[in-house]
Design a protein around this ligand. Structure first.
Ligand SMILES: NC(=O)c1ccc[n+]([C@@H]2O[C@H](COP(=O)([O-])OP(=O)(O)OC[C@H]3O[C@@H](n4cnc5c(N)ncnc54)[C@H](O)[C@@H]3O)[C@@H](O)[C@H]2O)c1
Length: 388
C-alpha cells in the first residue's frame, strides 16, 4: 500500500529530477509486480519475482536477499514489508554495506533495535526510520514552540488515530493478526510526542478490544489504547482503531492535543478544513499536507507530488547521497570514518536507530501489557519493557 501510494511516486519523481537512477521493486509475488505495472504504465522499474518467469501467485519470501546482493553502489534499500518483517531485510542490507530507509516502526522488538544499531555502527551505515509525521508542519510547529518554552512543562496529551475497516479486512488481510492498530499507526503519535518533547517513556498500561474482527474471521484487535507516563510525570493517552466505518470521510481519523503549564496545542490532523464532494467519490476530507499530486510549475512536467510523506523519504535519499558524495575517492578506512562522522552529526535530528528505539519500545510494552491482563509495564535503562 505505502509502496504504491507514496514510495514509488516519490522515487519516480526523484528519478525524473535526476537524483536517483534505476529502481527495482522486490515483492513476494509476481502478481504484485503485475499490479504495479498496471498502476504505473509509463514508469520504468525492474520487478522481482518476474511474473513472466514464475507463477505470479507463488510466494518468494527470500528473493530480497539476491536483490540486495545485486544492488550496485551508490544505492539505497527502502524497506516496506509488514512491520514484523523489517529486521531480516534491514540486516541483510547492512551486511552488504547499503544505507537503508525503513517504514515505521523500525522493528517490533527492542533487542532487534540494538542488533540493527550495532550492525549499522559496525559498517558505518545510515538507517533512517520513515516517521513521516515528523515532517508534518503542524507537528514541526508544536516542536518549535515547545522548545521555545511556549507550552511550558508537559502535563498531559491525547492522540487519536483510527482507520477504516478496509485496512485489516482488505489491505492487511494477510498480516493483521500479527499486528494491531497501535503497532501499525498508534506508534506515529508515540514518536510525535517524543519528537516534540524529547521525553522518554517511563511506564504504560494498555487495553485492547476484539469484538468485530473475530466475527469477521480475523483474530485481531479492533482497537487498542495506551496510557503512557513519561519521565517528567506527564501522561499521554493514545487511542487507536482500524474498524471505523467504511463510509468515513477519510481513511484516517487523527489528531493530537497537548497541555503544558504555559499553553496548549490542539490539531485535527484529518480535518484540515478542506474537502471535496464529487459524483465520483462522494464526500472526502482532503489533507493537502500528507502526500498529494499537483500540477507542476515546470514547463516540461505535467504533475508533481508533494507533502510530508514525500519530504520524509527524500530527506533519507538526500542524506544517503551526501554520504556518498562526501566519501567519494577516499580509501575504505577513511570512507568508513567519514561516514561515521556524518551519521553522528545527523543523529540528534533524525529517526536513526537511537531515536526509533522509543516507538519500538512502546510497541513492545503495549504488546506485553495486553498479553498480561492490561498490567503496567515499565522500562529499564536500555528501554527494555518489564512487567511491573
Ligand atoms: N499503508 C500506509 O499508509 C503506511 C503508512 C506508513 C507506514 N506504513 C508501513 O509500511 C510498511 C508496509 O505497509 P503497507 O501498508 O504497504 O503493507 P502491505 O501489506 O500493503 O505491503 C507489504 C508488502 O510487503 C511484501 N512482503 C512481505 N514479505 C516480503 C518479503 N519477504 N520480501 C519482499 N516483499 C515482502 C508483501 O508482499 C506486500 O506487498 C509497514 O511497516 C507499515 O507499518 C504503511
Amino acid at each position: 500500500m505505502i509502496t504504491e501510494e507514496v514510495i514509488l511516486p516519490t522515487l519516480f519523481q526523484q528519478q525524473r529530477l535526476g537524483s536517483i537512477g534505476k529502481i527495482t521493486v522486490v515483492s513476494r509475488r509476481g502478481a504484485t509486480i503485475e499490479h504495479l505495472r498496471q498502476v504505473f504504465p509509463s514508469e520504468k522499474f525492474a520487478g522481482f519475482p518476474d511474473p513472466a518467469k514464475v507463477d505470479s501467485n507463488s510466494s518468494q519470501a527470500e528473493g530480497y536477499k539476491d536483490a540486495v546482493k545485486k544492488l550496485p553502489k551508490p544505492g539505497v534499500i527502502i524497506v516496506a514489508t509488514p512491520d514484523h518483517l523489517h529486521t531480516p531485510v534491514i540486516l541483510s542490507a547492512i551486511e552488504e554495506g547499503h544505507h537503508v530507509i525503513v517504514e515505521k516502526p523500525l522493528c517490533l522488538k527492542v533487542n532487534e533495535v540494538y542488533q540493527i544499531a550495532e550492525a549499522a555502527s559496525k559498517n558505518a551505515v545510515y538507517v533512517l526510520t520513515d516517521y513521516h509525521k515528523r515532517h508534518d508542519p503542524s507537528i514541526r510547529g508544536a516542536k518549535y514552540k515547545y522548545l521555545l518554552g511556549e507550552l511550558g512543562q508537559m502535563l498531559h496529551g491525547h492522540a487519536w488515530i483510527e482507520e477504516r475497516r478496509e485496512m485489516p479486512l482488505k489491505h492487511f488481510a494477510r498480516w493483521c493478526e500479527e499486528s494491531s492498530p497501535f503497532e501499525y499507526i498508534g506508534v506515529h503519535y508515540v514518536d510525535a510526542y517524543y519528537f516534540i518533547t524529547g521525553l522518554k517513556p517511563k511506564r504504560l498500561v494498555a487495553f485492547g478490544q476484539k469484538k468485530l474482527l473475530p466475527q469477521l474471521g480475523k483474530n485481531a484487535f479492533d482497537a487498542v489504547q495506551a496510557s503512557i507516563e513519561w519521565e517528567d510525570g506527564s501522561v499521554f493517552w493514545v487511542q487507536t482503531a482500524w474498524v471505523c466505518s467504511e463510509h468515513n470521510s477519510a481513511l484516517t481519523n487523527q489528531g493530537l492535543q497537548l497541555l503544558g503549564t504555559e499553553g496548549e496545542y490542539w490539531a485535527d490532523h484529518k480535518d484540515r478544513h478542506c474537502h471535496f464532494v464529487t459524483q465520483k467519490n462522494k464526500y472526502e476530507d482532503y489533507n493537502p499536507n500528507f502526500f498529494k499530486t499537483f500540477n507542476s510549475w515546470e514547463p516540461e512536467e505535467d504533475f508533481e507530488v508533494r507533502g510530508y510523506g514525500y519530504e520524509s523519504i527524500v530527506q533519507g535519499i538526500n542524506d544517503i547521497a551526501l554520504l556518498y558524495q562526501q566519501t567519494a575517492g577516499l580509501d575504505v578506512n577513511e570512507a568508513h570514518l567519514r561516514r561515521k562522522q556524518i551519521i553522528k552529526k545527523l543523529e540528534p535530528k533524525r529517526a536513526l536507530p537511537n531515536q526509533a528505539l522509543i516507538g519500538t519500545a512502546v510497541n513492545e510494552a503495549v504488546r506485553l501489557s495486553l498479553a498480561n491482563n492490561d498490567h503496567y509495564v515499565s522500562f529499564d535503562s536500555k528501554m527494555n519493557p518489564l512487567l511491573s
